[in-house]
Design a protein around this ligand. Structure first.
Ligand code: PLP
Length: 469
């Protein structure tokens, strides 16, 4: 059955069929299955901690064991009632494309190692460029996710500013921790990472930004980047992109827009309206593994001028000297952190080829509308309080019954509601904190989610709230 590290074609085929059957059955069952499953460390240690066997075990059983003990005790982020964090339902062509690209053992480092995939990456990035209204000078790189996009963006910004000492970066208190981490990784002193307070609208405040920049410049610091949110992950709030772009242009500071959550809303009309001004950023971070329905890990960094990216990342290495193949043959490894890189463009391309833009546009639009409908339900409910309006597929709220309940009591009740949802398993929800208030949060962008999934979950929350009183 096995020979060294090889298998016969029949065995390979049989195992592949087993895996595909498991995946398809899982998808079929998902709506009736739990939205979350997890085990305690102790149990999983008992099941999994062992040395690898000296001689191989039967492959079928090994695959079954992987499904039972490893893959199942996990969140089903593609479950139609997974509303926590940022859910994602990867398209089936996307999953198959990942298998294909892995099977072809693509290393998308350079044109020499992967000309087809390199060209396709250029094509896909050019789609994104046009969706966002970026100029033709723009280009980019597919990354592991939004965090890597942020890291690459900050390096690019820093190099564009000539790597000054005492560099500072600016973002709002709604920005993703990935931005703060990226700043830390590139060595910005924590004291010079300015996390600016937002007002009631949870958006970056221009006056606050301007006074922080002025104070830093007076103190001898050099601002290298402002990071604006195009859909904060907490509430979907969008910073005033046009105004921030005006400010950054006037003051010569790199503008990075973190659109990891909201960027692909740009393919819809309401989304494009909300994201107006994004095309003026120097760089934009995107996450196709969120709202473009791709398997993990698929992120993207776009820059307004591709040369800035290569200036930051291209470094000669003798052992790679043969990778320079003709003129205008881009090596994607010259545009970011990774040398060896899996192919990430194929899944995006295959999904869009097979379903077409109209289907994607409809799926994204549906997420926006579903959140608005959820917000209307919440606003109309006597027991629920809408804490932020629906924005980019996200709505926040809390259980708030009639009568006098202090903030502490409301927090206790809502934490209790969340715990009940958690142990009930029918849906998965997470929370966030808005101006020191604990609130529940639903992100409803999964394209397989129905209104009934949302409504039933809200009804369950109302019931759990009554029980928690
Ligand atoms: C998800 C997210 C990130 C982090 O992206 P990863 O793909 O998880 O690395 C950064 N910013 C925002 C706004 C996000 O939603």
């Amino acid at each position: 059955m096995t020979d060294g590290l090889r298998m016969t074609p029949d065995v390979m085929r049989e195992l592949a069929h087993q895996v595909v059957d498991i995946l398809i059955e899982r998808r079929e069952r998902l709506p009736d299955d739990r939205a979350w499953d997890g085990e305690f460390k102790q149990d999983l240690t008992a099941r999994l901690e062992e040395d690898p066997p000296e001689t191989g075990r039967p492959p079928r059983e090994t695959i079954e064991r992987a499904v039972r003990d490893i893959l199942s005790p996990a969140m089903r982020l593609d479950h139609p009632r997974a509303f926590g964090f940022v859910p994602s339902e990867p398209t089936w062509p996307g999953v198959l494309a990942d298998l294909l690209a892995t099977g072809f053992n693509i290393n998308a480092a350079s044109w020499l190692t992967a000309s087809g995939p390199s060209q396709l990456e250029a094509v896909v990035i050019d789609w994104f460029r046009r969706w966002l209204g970026y100029p033709e000078t723009a280009g980019g790189v597919l990354t592991s996710g939004g965090s890597a996009a942020a890291l690459n963006a900050f390096v690019t910004a820093r190099e564009a500013a000539d790597n000054p000492p005492l560099a500072t970066v600016y973002m709002s208190d709604q920005s993703h921790s990935a931005q703060v981490r990226a700043a830390r990784i590139i060595g910005i002193h924590p004291e010079r990472v300015r996390v600016l307070p937002t007002g009631d609208d949870l958006r970056l405040d221009l006056a606050t930004l301007a006074s922080a920049v002025d104070a830093d410049r007076a103190a001898g610091c050099t601002p290298i980047a402002v990071c604006a949110d195009a859909g904060s992950t907490s509430t979907g709030a969008v910073d005033p992109l046009d105004a921030v772009a005006d400010y950054c242009a006037e003051h010569g500071i790199w503008l990075h827009v973190d659109a990891a959550h909201g960027g692909f809303a740009a393919i819809t009309e309401p989304g494009a309206r909300l994201l107006r001004g994004i095309e003026r950023a120097d760089s934009i971070g995107l996450d196709p593994h969120k709202w473009l329905f791709q398997p993990y890990e698929t992120g993207c960094l776009l820059v307004r001028d591709t040369r800035t990216l290569e200036r930051a990342f291209a470094i000669h290495h003798d052992v790679l000297q043969d990778s320079v193949w003709g003129a205008n043959h881009p090596n994607q490894a010259d545009r970011g952190l990774q040398l060896s890189r899996r192919d990430r463009a194929l899944k995006i391309w295959m999904s869009l080829q097979i379903f077409g833009m109209a289907a994607f546009r409809a799926a994204v639009a549906q997420g926006i509308e579903r959140a608005e409908r959820a917000a209307r339900y919440i606003a109309a409910s006597p027991h629920l309080e809408l804490t932020t309006p629906a924005s980019l597929g996200i709505v926040t709220f809390r259980y708030h019954p009639d009568g006098a309940h202090g903030e502490a009591a409301l927090e206790r009740i809502n934490k209790d509601v969340l715990a009940r949802v958690f142990w009930d398993d029918r849906a998965f929800l997470s929370s966030t904190t808005i101006r020191a208030t604990f609130v529940l949060r639903m992100c409803v962008i999964n394209h397989t989610t129905t209104w009934d999934d949302v409504r039933e979950t809200l009804e369950t929350i109302e019931r759990f709230g009554r029980e928690a009183l």
